[in-house]
Design a protein around this ligand. Structure first.
Ligand SMILES: Cc1cc2nc3c(=O)[nH]c(=O)nc-3n(C[C@H](O)[C@H](O)[C@H](O)COP(=O)(O)OP(=O)(O)OC[C@H]3O[C@@H](n4cnc5c(N)ncnc54)[C@H](O)[C@@H]3O)c2cc1C
Length: 199
């Protein structure tokens, strides 16, 4: 899976501070050393709406439809996903769950090849992509671009970087969290302990 940060609000932390200080009319207290302490207090008090002023956009590719189905449940994200109506899947790529292990990798590969053959058979019989796709597996690789505000990303990371989350969405969200933390450490720093493998 590839996870790329392709756009982010410029000076995001400063923008959030400026917005939040409007509530208190305390713009004159903006600290020269950065917005860190102030943003930390917003998080601690649950005053999270100012974090909606900053946005990020990611491209995720080489991830399974099993994973993307979970991700797109987050309703505050804007999503554009590779279509299985407009794009033919005769040679679809797929994601192999690590639990399959090396011992069964060949068998899994053969199953995927059998499904490719099934898909092609139905296409040859005249089915459109939109109907031939009914035989495709959840392992089928997909690509999507998602955009969301920082408050929504904080929510997503809390539930999807958790050990209770499924491994692939956790991996995707861990990587997004790392990328956002590098650009806005005061907004995402308190969540870094959730990351399974920070290295
Ligand atoms: C470990 C785990 C297991 C899961 N298992 C299942 C499962 O078995 N079956 C299943 O169907 N789903 C499952 N889900 C998906 C889950 O129920 C949510 O649909 C998904 O996580 C989206 O989260 P959300 O609704 O909190 O947030 P978002 O859609 O990202 O919205 C963010 C927040 O905005 C608020 N919000 C958004 N829309 C509304 C609304 N209409 N009304 C009120 N408040 C709103 C809520 O506070 C919400 O938390 C699972 C999720 C997790 C993390």
């Amino acid at each position: 899976m590839k996870v790329e940060l392709i756009a982010i609000t410029a000076d995001a932390e400063e923008l959030i501070e400026l917005a939040a200080r409007t509530c208190y009319q305390s713009g004159d207290k903006t600290a020269a050393g950065g917005a860190g302490k102030f943003l930390g207090r917003l998080i601690a008090s649950g005053h999270e709406s100012p974090f909606e002023h900053a946005y990020a956009t990611f491209r995720l590719s080489g991830c399974s439809r099993a994973m993307t189905h979970q991700l797109v449940r987050h309703r505050l994200l804007a999503v554009s996903q590779k279509s299985q109506r407009y794009v033919t899947e005769g040679n679809f790529e797929y994601v192999v769950p690590p639990s399959i292990g090396n011992g069964f990798a060949d068998e899994f590969k053969a199953d995927m090849e059998a499904i490719r053959a099934m898909y092609r058979k139905w296409k040859e019989r005249g089915l459109k992509n939109e109907d031939a796709r009914y035989v495709l597996p959840n392992a089928c690789a997909s690509e999507l671009v998602i955009s969301g505000n920082f408050r929504e990303f904080r929510h997503i990371f809390k539930v999807r970087c958790s050990p209770r989350a499924q491994w692939e969405i956790r991996q995707a969200c861990d990587r997004m969290l790392l990328l956002l933390h590098a650009r806005a450490p005061s907004v995402f720093g308190d969540l870094m302990g959730l990351i399974a493998d920070p290295g």
